[in-house]
Design a protein around this ligand. Structure first.
Ligand SMILES: Cc1cc2nc3c(=O)[nH]c(=O)nc-3n(C[C@H](O)[C@H](O)[C@H](O)COP(=O)(O)OP(=O)(O)OC[C@H]3O[C@@H](n4cnc5c(N)ncnc54)[C@H](O)[C@@H]3O)c2cc1C
Length: 498
């Protein structure tokens, strides 16, 4: 869905744009400013490709000093700024605005320090998630949070979205693995939060920044914790006659005190799509598949495998294969890691949702989703970070069929409402962005939202950083507490809507 068509810019708007572009070229000389429509096309959307918008100008700085000058310039002239990493966000968080500078951090692509004794890596924010593991694996270390997009997404984007992945059940989300950041405030000031040390005094501002979706500041350096690779990792591939039985098995494994390195679930459509794509050897007759990875010392892994096998049998598992080699373990995972592109092969388009529920509610939510699938006449393939209760329903639709995108969006919104109703949350790891912004009042009441907006106001009182994202309404900071939030109604026309 593109933004509303806007009137042709008047002479004054064009003059102002030329001036901003020229000033950006002074701050970032060389190739760092992109302003033609053709070249900016590459930045017009993020992973949520249904939304598109060209920015005012794309700027690719290389140093913190340049970021500081850009932000101060924009602050002093009331110009909006959208930060962007690799542009893989699935919630429209990095979606450009027509009148905003798109600040792309991809040229911040260097690892600055590898500190094995302190088990820390300092990286620029444009380094890819996998780039960190690649830099340390020769010494047997790795960076644990592993989004499926890890080959492309940036560590700065991971901080902004508090990203997760298969291994976050045991090793925590980005928030649990980031030790410190350098960031630039909208007025150009450079601030350091945390560092290689484990404890920091005062407010947990690092915690506030993690998951702040580019609304509070621009991250220019990230220090992360790295972990030693476990002595052994083996995976079980377990088939079930129903998603409910697989869901119960997940609850029973966790209930038994076992925290697997990863525990993922796929339903029948996802299993078939993945198997056709990567030939991972998945059982095709089952309705649900669990991949359970156990890691640690060899003896512990063997013991836990036997326990998980027994729990699965009590939940009527129909097949159970245990990886016999590292190659086989990786093959088990290959299908899951390729599930999104695999589903892309069975439908012209899909819409990926991201809600989290208490694990025990999985059977209820799955049957609710089936009813919704019938109501909207759209198929859904399910891929879950099952151990975390983080659902990724992929709603299959065809954007060329009139009305199907709207139906898919309505279906997705109902799934998220269902998640909230059973005690869950609107997003597990993909962020709110523009996609779930108008659903925020489903989860937070006015007092909750006001308090969150007060935090935004403390960092960015004029709402210049990534406006139109996350909050259904951005009150003028001075007006907080005086306004009534009503499901996404927007009293201020100058705050972007999509
Ligand atoms: C195929 C696929 C699979 C995915 N799988 C997962 C998954 O398993 N787990 C998961 O959590 N996510 C997943 N994602 C979503 C996405 O990859 C993550 O949200 C990722 O962290 C985004 O990083 P990015 O560099 O692409 O950020 P972008 O998309 O560029 O930006 C995302 C947000 O971060 C802000 N931002 C980016 N860089 C900075 C910075 N330096 N300073 C301040 N703000 C910044 C932007 O303003 C925006 O709000 C997947 C996406 C795709 C396409």
């Amino acid at each position: 869905m593109s933004g509303p068509s806007l009137p042709k810019p008047d002479a004054e708007t064009l003059r102002r744009r030329h001036e901003i572009v020229a000033d950006m070229r002074i701050i970032v000389p060389g190739e760092g400013v992109v302003d033609t429509a053709n070249e900016m096309r590459a930045f017009e959307s993020d992973g949520l490709t249904a939304y598109r918008q060209l920015p005012l100008v794309v700027v690719l700085p290389e140093t913190t000093a340049q970021v500081s000058r850009i932000l101060k310039y924009c602050h002093d002239r009331n110009i909006r700024v959208v930060p962007r990493g690799s542009g893989t966000s699935l919630s429209g968080g990095a979606l450009p605005l027509e009148d905003a500078v798109l600040l792309v951090m991809s040229r911040f692509n260097r690892i600055l320090d590898i500190d094995f004794p302190n088990r820390a890596v300092v990286a620029q924010p444009g380094v890819t998630n996998l780039g960190i593991t690649n830099a340390v694996e020769h010494e047997g270390f790795y960076y644990a949070p592993d989004p499926s997009s890890q080959i492309a997404c940036s560590i700065g984007g991971n901080v902004a979205e508090n990203s997760g992945g298969v291994h976050c059940l045991k090793y925590g989300l980005t928030a649990n693995n980031v030790l410190g950041i350098e960031m630039v405030l909208i007025n150009g000031e450079v601030v350091r939060l945390g560092g290689k040390h484990l404890d920091s005094e005062g407010y947990d501002l690092l915690g506030i920044m993690t998951g702040s979706e580019g609304l509070l500041g621009v991250v220019t350096e990230v220090t992360v914790r790295i972990l030693k690779k476990p002595e052994m990792a083996r995976a079980l591939l377990i088939g079930f006659p129903s998603s409910e039985e697989a869901g119960q098995c997940v609850a029973d494994i966790i209930g038994a005190g076992i925290i697997p390195g990863g525990m993922e679930m796929m339903d029948r459509p996802a299993i078939h799509a993945a198997e056709d794509f990567v030939h991972a050897g998945y059982p095709l007759e089952c309705e649900a598949l669990l991949i359970v990875e156990l890691d640690g010392p060899g003896a512990e892994v063997d013991h836990l495998i036997a326990e998980v096998e027994a729990i699965a049998a009590r939940n009527n598992s129909t097949t159970c294969r245990i990886s016999q080699s590292e190659e086989e373990r990786l093959t088990f995972w290959a299908g899951r890691k390729a599930a999104f592109p695999a589903v892309g092969r069975i439908s012209p388009d899909y819409y990926c949702m991201d809600g989290t529920i208490p694990r025990k509610e999985l059977p209820k939510v799955l049957s609710g989703m089936r009813e919704l699938s019938e109501k909207y006449g759209l198929r859904v393939a399910n891929v879950f970070h099952a151990g975390d209760g983080n659902l990724h329903p992929l709603i299959l639709y065809d954007a060329n069929e009139p009305g199907e995108l709207e139906r898919a969006e309505a279906f997705g919104a109902d799934i998220l409402r269902l998640c909230v109703k059973v005690g869950g949350v609107l997003t597990g790891e993909h962020g709110v962005g523009v996609e779930k912004r108008d659903l925020m009042p489903e989860m937070f009441d006015k007092a909750d939202l006001d308090q969150q907006i007060r935090v935004k106001c403390a960092f960015d009182p004029n709402h210049l950083l990534n406006p139109g994202k996350v909050f259904p309404q951005l009150h003028r900071c001075a007006e907080l507490g005086r306004m009534h939030i009503h499901r996404g109604q927007m009293p201020f026309p100058d705050i972007p809507r999509f």
